[in-house]
Design a protein around this ligand. Structure first.
Ligand code: ZN
Length: 325
């Protein structure tokens, strides 16, 4: 069962919001777009594994998506951690396309149009996570349990090659459809009961308690100020900003698209990049709406919860609800 279900991490949502709001002319635009695209692609790879993990027996496996735990070196992160009373499993997910080869130096690389792109060695990456997790387990006084690890390439159409038949790579690296058979293999290999159900629960609680989500520092690191961000509602059809609010709906000057909900993504961007409370004046400024009354009607229609009265009223923006379409 999923103890920590799949959910897109906040720093990824914020990077994507920044990408939508940074003007094309900004010197860091390309860098931000690339970063947002890489992060989202990584998450999509993890999402592609969810289907398979649902087949694991509910009561035997406790599944955690995206754990970032503190240790003496800082923090270490695991895409998935699966706990059981017999063994634990760390899964590192790669969402690469085309082809990946592993050579005699353990390098992983892709050849495309005769160009070689070299990537981090995922086997070393997951091995390091393994060592740090074993340490974490010991430091938190949990009994020693065998820890297995795998690297999963989440796209079916990727061509994986192990050029030197390195056994470690053959054992650890695989396509996503090999994951369940591999877990079956681990279940056959580890038959000794190592933890009680109570210890497993305690450990789950400790993991959730210590999970420290990655901070979003990009705005500060790149020295971006609020006035550099683009204001207005984006057209869901053609991407033009701003749409105009007219008689209860948004209209795009450019392509003619009308929408009653296009402001939701903009308000999510506001909540992600500024703060989760917004008042009428701030919303008019960010959504580029002139009328106080129109803005109030729009808030009323959305049924946002609010604090304060009359002009001091602030509305609470729930990113989850705003992005849930
Ligand atoms: Zn448009």
């Amino acid at each position: 069962m999923f103890i920590k279900p799949l959910k897109i991490p906040c720093h990824i949502l914020k990077t994507m919001a920044l990408d939508r709001r940074i003007p094309v002319s900004h010197p860091h635009k390309e860098f931000i777009t690339q970063r947002a695209s890489n992060l989202y692609s990584g998450y999509k790879g993890e999402k592609a594994l969810e289907y398979y993990l649902n087949f694991l027996p509910e009561d035997q496996f406790f599944i955690f998506h995206y754990l970032r735990l503190p240790d003496k070196y800082g923090h270490f992160q695991m895409d998935f951690l699966i706990l059981s009373m017999y063994f634990h499993l760390i899964i590192e997910v790669k969402n690469f396309y085309d082809n990946i080869s592993f050579d005699e130096f353990g390098q992983s690389f892709r050849i495309k149009a005769e160009e070689v792109q070299v990537f981090n060695n995922p086997v070393e990456q997951v091995s390091l996570q393994h060592n740090r997790f074993v340490d974490w387990n010991r430091c938190n006084d949990f009994p020693a349990v065998p820890v297995e690890k795998v690297v999963i390439y989440s796209r079916d159409d990727i061509y994986l090659r192990n050029l030197t038949n390195n056994k470690l790579i053959t054992d650890l690296v695989m396509h996503r459809d090999k994951l369940l058979p591999k877990i079956q293999l681990f279940m056959g290999k580890h038959k000794t009961l190592r933890l009680t159900e109570k210890q497993l629960m305690e450990m789950s609680y400790k993991l959730l308690e210590q999970h420290t989500p990655e901070k979003f520092l990009l705005i500060d690191q790149l020295g971006i100020t609020a006035d550099q961000l683009v204001k207005g509602v984006e057209c869901p059809e053609c991407g033009n900003i701003p749409m105009k609010w007219s008689v209860g709906q948004w209209e795009c000057f450019y392509c003619g698209k009308v929408s009653k909900t296009a402001h939701r993504l903009a308000l999510a961007d506001y909540a992600l990049l500024n703060q989760k409370y917004i008042n009428n004046r701030q919303a008019r400024e960010f959504l580029q709406v002139n009328s106080v009354h129109s803005m109030r009607r729009l808030f009323h229609r959305e049924k946002f919860s609010h604090v304060g009265v009359s002009s001091g009223r602030k509305y609470e923006l729930s990113v989850e609800k705003l992005l849930d379409e």
